[in-house]
Design a protein around this ligand. Structure first.
Ligand SMILES: [Zn+2]
Length: 405
């Protein structure tokens, strides 16, 4: 049996990334260092726990990681003594690696914010609590990381959660909930609470009662969200009825839910060092022989150093270009406002290797906006490390239950 223990410098890096505070959500960031009885000594009660096991017979398996990876800072989670013991109990079955990776992502995100390094000062959504609402079992709460994936079958409420989150940016998302509908039967009363850091902690309560929406912020009610908040979405072609006939600028505008001028300016803005797949682009007006008038088309400079017309790309490549544009937009917005990127994975139809490049880029604690990917099934071959997995599941008539991991 071999063990891949952390070196002393690795342990220290894990502790420092964690602010020497326990990353278990129950501890709410309690410190693990402090004064010792001896006046010139300090005490450390924290431990660097392995996310994937140090030993090949360890509780959580080694997830095909190399010995170097198992010994790396990325595989360490800083916990207080109590929680370090707790996660290894029962062979670690209650705490699989995705759960621990989720805690680490959330905790390091908070520490990075508090530390203030390179992150935008404008805040993010910390949690959402369902007080009472259709579809969901009442009194449930989700804490969000910087990168989150909502997983669940059709009709469990994934879109619903995204619509509620979108209400912080505008009320349009409430139309499906019968807001101001004349049909009383469509009214669904909703009460959802958000904890927002903007940058101080604020509590926003979204209510729709008998078709009338309101947002209460720190005890004061408003007809719409007065918080400067941005939601960047990438919509499926079918959902927005995007077609190529009107030109690529109209197509991109519809998929990104922006106007055609912004779509063109945004693609012109993409520089060669940006984007995972898209490294630059130029607009062309192409006159087909049998067409009445020219059609505006986008020529894309792509990752592998070649250019291709946007409309001739494969489905996955089209998704990659659109996701690069959505990320560029979210990056710009997040400099001035809290920003959330919402992406339905079905709208980008990428293979796992391709998708993983985006997942790795977006899960960095230095990304200045939050992301939520929405999917019916988690593609296990894609790199979800650092992503908080939020599962929605409905077993019975009590409503959808939310679980992490
Ligand atoms: Zn703890």
């Amino acid at each position: 049996m071999t063990r891949e223990d952390f070196s002393a410098p690795t342990k220290r890096a894990i502790a420092m990334r964690s602010g020497y505070r326990c990353a278990h959500p129950e501890c709410e960031g309690r410190t693990t260092i402090g004064p010792a009885v001896d006046a010139d000594k300090s005490e450390n009660t924290g431990k660097a726990s392995h996310i994937f096991s140090a030993s090949d017979r360890g509780p959580r398996g080694q997830g095909n990681l190399s010995p170097e990876d198992l010994r790396s800072v990325a595989n360490g989670l800083w916990l207080c003594a109590k929680h370090a013991d707790q996660v290894d109990l029962n062979d670690g079955k209650d705490y699989p690696p995705p759960v621990l990776l989720g805690w680490k992502a959330v905790h390091e995100f908070k520490i990075a914010r508090e530390h203030g390094a390179m992150l935008n000062p404008f805040g993010w959504i910390e949690s959402l609590k369902i007080v009472d609402a259709p579809i969901f079992k009442p009194a449930q709460q989700i804490s969000f990381a910087n990168a989150n994936v909502l997983v669940g079958g059709n009709g469990v409420g994934k879109t619903t959660l995204c619509e509620w989150l979108s209400c912080l940016a505008g009320s349009a998302a409430l139309s499906r909930w019968g807001a101001y509908s004349e049909d009383n039967a469509r009214h669904s009363d909703i009460e959802v609470e958000f904890e927002i850091r903007a940058p101080t902690r604020q509590r926003a309560v979204l209510k729709v009662i008998s078709g009338k929406p309101s947002i209460t912020l720190d005890g004061k009610a408003f007809p719409f969200s007065p918080i400067g908040y941005e939601v960047v979405t990438l919509l499926s072609a079918r959902e927005v009825q995007a077609s190529w006939e009107e030109g690529d600028h109209i197509y991109i505008a519809k998929r990104l839910n922006i106007d055609a001028i912004e779509a063109q300016a945004l693609t012109d803005f993409i520089a060669s060092d940006q984007g995972v797949f898209l490294k630059g682009a130029a607009w062309e007006d192409v006159q087909d022989e049998d067409a009445e008038k020219p059609v505006r088309q986008l020529r894309c400079n792509l990752m592998k150093n070649f250019t291709q017309l946007f409309r001739t790309l494969s489905g996955g490549e089209t998704g990659a270009v659109l996701l690069d544009l959505a990320v560029a937009r979210a990056t710009i917005l997040s400099t001035y406002r809290p920003t959330l990127l919402i992406v339905e994975t079905s709208a980008i139809s990428m293979d796992p290797v391709f998708l993983s490049q985006f997942l790795e880029a977006l899960s960095s604690p230095l990304v200045p906006f939050q992301s939520i990917f929405v999917t019916t099934e988690l593609d296990e071959e894609a790199a979800w490390g650092g992503w908080q997995i939020i599962r929605l599941d409905r077993q019975n008539s009590e409503g959808t239950e939310i679980a992490l991991g």
